[in-house]
Design a protein around this ligand. Structure first.
Ligand SMILES: [Zn+2]
Length: 75
């Protein structure tokens, strides 16, 4: 089983962060999105099968891209 990645486009803070699909933050937030309860126009993208694809998608959104410190960036 490969890993998967999500991109959180945060239009409140004007940045995009890459999360691991196994991240608790992702799991909760994607559920929130499913209820259409996210603030503003922020949006989760994914899942992407590879980090590179997630990164490419995030870059295309036009906001600064960071690795989320709760998962991908914590190594
Ligand atoms: Zn995370």
């Amino acid at each position: 089983m490969g890993r998967a990645y999500y991109v959180f486009e945060n239009l409140e803070k004007e940045r995009s962060r890459i999360h691991d699909a196994g991240c608790g933050h992702c799991v909760r937030a994607v559920a929130v999105q499913a209820r259409q309860a996210l603030p503003g126009r922020s949006h989760w993208h994914g899942p992407f099968p590879t980090y590179d694809e997630a990164r490419q998608q995030a870059t295309g959104l036009g906001l600064p891209v960071e690795d989320a410190t709760c998962c991908v960036g914590r190594r």
